[in-house]
Design a protein around this ligand. Structure first.
Ligand code: GLV
Length: 309
């Protein structure tokens, strides 16, 4: 059996040995040395070229190096009949939770204001707000969202989650579906977007949504750039409807030098690093997914393409 690894952003010198250790008996090949395409059973990929997966005639399953699978579904030639497995691995999950917690605390403790004061050599205390008085709302309650909610609850924030179908998460109020979105937004002082990118969620962070948040809310987008209507956020920052934002993902990556976000005083920009797949734990998770598929089972992260995630 052979597995092909393809990514231009993940380090093959860590991945290839990790995959060989996790999958003894599997031949691991590194793009672009595909060899005979008919010999590839599994493809572990990030942003493969359009049509490439369809050119592997005996492919048994597609494994995504990222939690998101929009880099695959945008390929019109994606072999949709094959099992597609998103990355579910502890390194990616805890990395995302760290980032969400860090940024929630950053906005909660008004670090932007204190950094601004530092610039101006101003020594002034701002009115404190207790964590349980700060309402954090997490959109998207999959593997990543649920873990972030758990940690935010343990920090004693007043946490709610919103998802397409109802989830039950200890310590958090769970809202579901379009009809409960307004109530969820109305109680989100800090809004975290961890949604999958689908037709329904494309451009969901828009002017109409921002208007339903409490005035002066913060937005943390760690989903996809396409979730956000960038002009709408800039306008909401201008009026103060949104106080500040953390953006890790953008429609155009790398973020172009002329983007107003780079120098916006109320925006934290990071280069799509909120969480990274960790080769050692990810290779183990993918090996387990392959064993499960070979045994005819359902691995964690198996995507329902009809649903889009
Ligand atoms: C990163 O963006 C991922 O999908 O894991």
């Amino acid at each position: 059996m052979a597995l092909l690894f393809k990514s231009d952003v993940d380090r093959p010198d860590s991945w290839i040995p990790a995959l060989r250790t996790a999958l003894p008996g599997m031949e691991v090949r590194k793009w672009p040395e595909v060899g005979d395409p008919a010999e590839i059973d599994y493809a572990l990929v990030w942003q493969p070229p359009e049509g490439f997966l369809a050119s592997l005639p005996h492919l048994k399953a597609i494994l995504s190096i990222g939690a998101g699978i929009d880099h695959l579904t945008r390929d019109p030639k994606l072999p949709r009949h094959l099992p597609l497995v998103r990355m579910v691995e502890p390194g990616l999950t805890s990395g995302m939770t760290e980032f969400v917690v860090m940024q929630s605390l950053f906005h909660h403790r008004r670090l932007l204001d204190y950094l601004d004061q530092q610039d101006r050599k101003v020594w002034r205390e701002l009115a404190p707000v207790a964590a349980w008085q700060r309402r954090v709302g997490v959109m998207g309650l999959g593997e990543l969202g649920a873990d972030a909610v758990d940690r935010l609850v343990r920090l004693r924030f007043d946490v709610a989650g919103w998802s397409r179908s109802r989830r039950a998460l200890p310590g958090a109020a769970c809202f579901a579906g379009q009809e409960e979105l307004p109530a969820f937004l109305a109680r989100s002082d800090i809004l975290v977007c961890l949604l999958p990118l689908t037709e329904e969620t494309d451009s969901i962070l828009n002017a109409q949504l921002f208007a339903q948040l409490p005035k002066g809310a913060c937005v943390i987008n760690v989903g996809r750039g396409e979730h956000l209507v960038e002009q709408d956020l800039l306008a909401a920052l201008e009026t103060g409807q949104i106080d500040s934002a953390t953006l890790d993902v953008f429609r155009d990556e790398p973020l172009p030098p002329d983007s107003p976000f780079w120098s916006h005083p109320r925006v934290v920009v990071t280069p799509h690093i909120a969480s990274m797949t960790i080769p050692e734990t990810a290779a183990e998770a993918m090996a387990e997914a392959i064993r499960t598929l070979e045994a005819g089972g359902t691995p964690p992260g198996l995507v329902d393409l009809a649903r889009g995630y």
